[in-house]
Write a protein that binds this ligand. Structure first.
Ligand code: DLL
Length: 437
């Protein structure tokens, strides 16, 4: 399967060359944020670090971590290191409370981003011969625009389809001769089911060759199913808005982990409980320092994603470190059809609605291939249970709020006052009923 195509020379550097570039860029990044971002100046000063103290890559571990809450405290643009007039693009993802996490890009960042995506789509098999259908939602989510510009850079014909409207997706795939499908893995499986319902046999009637999936976790079982149903070769890629969006890492056709573009991102694995840096192959939380970003450089960002790093040379010829499949998260963030949601955000929506109490429970389960949630919410007034119309009205209101504020669809069950479990320690608000959880 592997045809040896590599987009850029930087993917094949020797380890000492990587380290030389990384140190140089790390020093520049620390200097930049120290001078331009008050948040970092304060954090570094408190830790007793000045930019000149960074003399080797091992000094990285002295730098304090950055966490998602730092974005909230500096909302919306407080972590940017350039004036607004240099920012040419803004994106956002879910924050830990009602406000989103906002990220920005300069012209150079946009160029870097396209370059990183060009690498990842090339390693996933895509060339200028391909027609790529992007079935991520276009909007504040980084997935669609991120893949879009990199696919254009390699010369693929890009179809900016966006997500949803599944029957039309299949029609376009057929009529335009789509050869590469770009989406979340769960949506790819859902689309395959719909194709089946439409009486279409993808293997016979479509021309799909490649599938590039990311934005949420998936299992090897899902990959097998996607490959079989669509008759394509699926690879996975990983990224995060705060770091750039998609483009942090991706699988090559050897599928032995996701290659991290190390000339742009410095990865570490830490013990999520102690913060201690772990060694090669050890499983822990991924921490990333961006070393080329202009608008939003970020030092030691705790991704909360659990994985491990592997440095041996890959059979594809790339020398970049590979990260294993994400095994889970060290926080409680849920990803529902690519939309990131914290239980605290659901709580925030519920608490603003009259007639329901502060007790709720979120059940996460699989419906077909999609992750779904069901929310049990306690009524304040038991009398409401006697009026079907009032109950329906309240139920509709809650679903409407969850849809409009958070962009999620949820089944809502209104239950009697004092019927949900109470907790003495940490409340267990989320019950994960998906396999393997
Ligand atoms: O999901 C960026 C992206 C878009 C990556 C498209 C790949 C493809 P956010 O919306 O900020 O950014 O969500 C980031 O999604 O911390 C992970 O928990 C999860 N995630 C992303 N890719 C994967 C993956 C984009 N391949 C959060 N496997 C991350 C598991 C993933 N989880």
């Amino acid at each position: 399967m592997f045809d040896g195509k590599i987009w850029s020379r930087e993917e094949t550097l020797d380890r000492d060359e990587f380290e030389r570039i990384q140190l140089e860029r790390l020093k520049e990044t620390v200097e930049r944020v120290y001078q331009c971002v008050p948040h970092y100046k304060k954090k570094l000063t408190e830790a007793g670090i000045e930019p000149g103290d960074i003399r080797s890559l091992s000094d990285l571990s002295r730098i304090p971590f950055t966490v998602k809450d730092d974005f909230r405290e500096n909302y919306p643009f407080g972590l940017f290191s350039v004036p607004q007039k240099e920012v040419v693009r803004l994106h956002a993802s879910s924050g830990t409370t009602g406000k989103p996490t906002v990220v920005g890009y300069t012209k150079k960042d946009m160029d870097t981003w396209s370059e990183l995506i060009a690498r990842l789509v090339t390693m996933a098999g895509v060339t200028d011969e391909d027609t790529a259908q992007i079935s991520f939602g276009y909007g504040l989510f980084t997935g669609a625009f991120g893949l879009h510009q990199g696919l254009e850079r390699v010369g693929a014909s890009v179809i900016p389809m966006s997500s949803g409207n599944t029957e039309k997706q299949i029609m376009i795939m057929k009529d335009f001769g789509t050869t590469a499908l770009i989406s979340t893995p769960s949506y790819a499986l859902h689309m395959a089911e719909v194709a089946g319902e439409m009486g279409i046999d993808p293997k016979k009637e479509l021309k799909l060759k490649w599938g590039l999936f990311g934005g949420e976790g998936s299992t090897e079982g899902m990959r097998k199913e996607i490959n079989e149903r669509w008759g394509l070769f699926a690879t996975e890629n990983y990224g995060m808005s705060e770091l750039i969006g998609p483009g942090v890492s991706g699988e090559c056709l050897a599928m032995k982990g996701m290659h991290i573009s190390e000339d742009h991102f410095l990865p570490e694995i830490i013990d999520p409980n102690t913060g201690e840096v772990l060694g090669e192959g050890e499983v822990g939380e991924l921490v990333i320092t961006t070393i080329t970003k202009e608008a939003l450089p970020i030092l030691r960002y705790r991704t909360k994603d659990i994985t491990s790093l592997h440095y041996e040379r890959c059979e594809c010829g790339r020398t970049t470190v590979r990260m294993s499949k994400i095994q889970g998260r060290s926080d409680d963030m849920l990803i529902l059809g690519g939309v990131n949601v914290f239980p605290s955000q659901i709580e925030d929506v519920l608490l603003r609605i009259n007639g329901i109490g502060p007790h709720y429970q979120i059940k996460v389960f699989k419906k077909g291939y999609l992750d779904k949630i069901e929310v049990d919410v306690e009524l304040v007034d038991a009398d409401l249970l006697d009026s079907f119309a009032l109950l329906e009205n309240l139920n509709g209101k809650i679903r409407h709020q969850l849809r409009t504020v958070l962009g999620i669809e949820a089944k809502v069950n209104l239950v009697e006052p004092r019927s949900l479990a109470r907790f003495e320690g940490k409340a267990k608000r989320v019950i994960d009923m998906r396999e393997g959880k």
